[in-house]
Design a protein around this ligand. Structure first.
Ligand code: FES
Length: 350
């Protein structure tokens, strides 16, 4: 019989993770203390529903021990009244929660499409060869954990590398090698933009909602630190020069004052019978130069059909889940018993 999920003799977090616990690594960790619990309860106090605090609490325990340990899982479970399996299910879902000891710095190399074609994969391969580690592995000296990452939402700065989630933009193999060499020398190179570099445990503490700055002014100064935003600004300048703008957001649809009247009678009267918003949308579709622009303009037109799956036949919005198959139930169809898990009510996915 396998060990209990989250137990020291079990796996790193739960039975969902097949990697064994490294007993030596666990023995070297600083234990979670009463102070950790005090801070966990402070986090819980920020939310109207206690279990909403789980994500920052996982960052908190990670900030103390460098990864989400069985002890960290147990603390979160105890404080929130959840099972270890429930906490482990969340911790294993998100890649920012680490399942094994993490180095002083986490180096993430974007190997998603745009970064990859511009050299991201070459950077990953070079760092992997230099450090002697592969994805999600840590150097023997504990200085660097290397991972490849999916799109880091900075495609205009490709190829992108982050260290402890701070951005180092437009890297190449040589600059990334120098960046990592500096980290291993104990230096903290200034990120291309955003806050100054800390380390993995430090950023985990910030993600738990605890500032490392002495006061609000220092925190604001760090976040607003000078940076190079040229690629984004270049795009904005080009759009301005070409008179391009993003399609306007569609506001909530209003029901006609009298739902029984024909629709035309409630529109402002005009030459075409259309509202000013519809006429403007018609003009944007007609003026679009490219198929992509035309599709975007048509999609934002007030008369565009509702995308499939967003409107039910009777006009309600939402996903049409058959009765009895809602999340958290037994999954049986109509006529089956619709049990909720441990009587906690339907589970919702984030
Ligand atoms: S593809 Fe690398 S940041 Fe988007």
């Amino acid at each position: 019989m396998s060990a209990l999920p989250g137990s020291p003799e079990g796996t790193a977090i739960t039975g969902l993770d097949s990697s064994p616990v490294d007993a030596a690594a666990l023995a070297e960790l600083p234990p979670l203390t009463e102070q950790t619990r005090v801070e966990a309860r402070e986090i819980i106090g920020r939310y109207p529903v206690a279990r909403s605090a789980l994500l920052p609490m996982l960052h908190l325990v990670q900030s103390y021990q460098g990864f989400v340990t069985p002890e960290g899982v147990a603390l979160c479970a105890e404080e929130l009244g959840l099972t270890k399996a429930e906490v482990g299910a969340v911790a294993t879902f998100y890649t920012m929660y680490k399942r094994r000891p993490t180095g002083r710095h986490l180096v993430s190399v974007c190997t998603n499409t745009l970064c990859a074609v511009l050299g991201g994969q070459r950077i990953m391969d070079a760092l992997s060869a230099d450090l002697g580690v592969h994805h999600d592995e840590t150097t023997a000296d504990g200085s660097i954990t290397l991972e490849h990452a999916e799109c880091l939402a900075a495609c205009d700065y490709a190829p992108v590398v982050t260290v402890d989630y701070e951005f180092y933009d437009q890297q190449d193999v040589d600059s990334a090698r120098e960046l990592v060499a500096a980290l291993r020398r104990g230096e903290k190179p200034t990120p291309t933009r955003g806050a100054p570099l800390t380390d993995f445990r430090g950023i985990s503490r910030q993600l738990a909602g605890f500032s490392q700055h002495p006061d609000a002014a220092a925190a604001a100064a760090a976040v607003d630190a000078p940076g190079n935003y040229e690629p984004t600004l270049r795009g904005l300048r080009l759009a301005a020069e070409r008179g391009e703008s993003a399609p306007p957001m569609r506001g909530p649809e209003r029901e006609p004052a009298d739902a029984g009247e024909p629709r035309e009678t409630v529109r402002p009267s005009g030459g075409t019978g259309e509202s000013p918003g519809q006429e403007a949308a018609d003009a944007r579709v007609a003026a679009a130069d490219t198929p992509a622009e035309k599709a975007g303009a048509a999609g934002s037109h007030p008369d565009a059909p509702e995308p499939a799956g967003r409107r039910l036949p009777d006009g309600r919005k939402g996903t049409d889940t058959p009765a009895g198959q809602e999340p958290g139930t037994s999954g049986q169809g109509p006529g089956g018993s619709a049990r909720t898990i441990e009587g906690r009510g339907p589970k919702r996915r984030k």
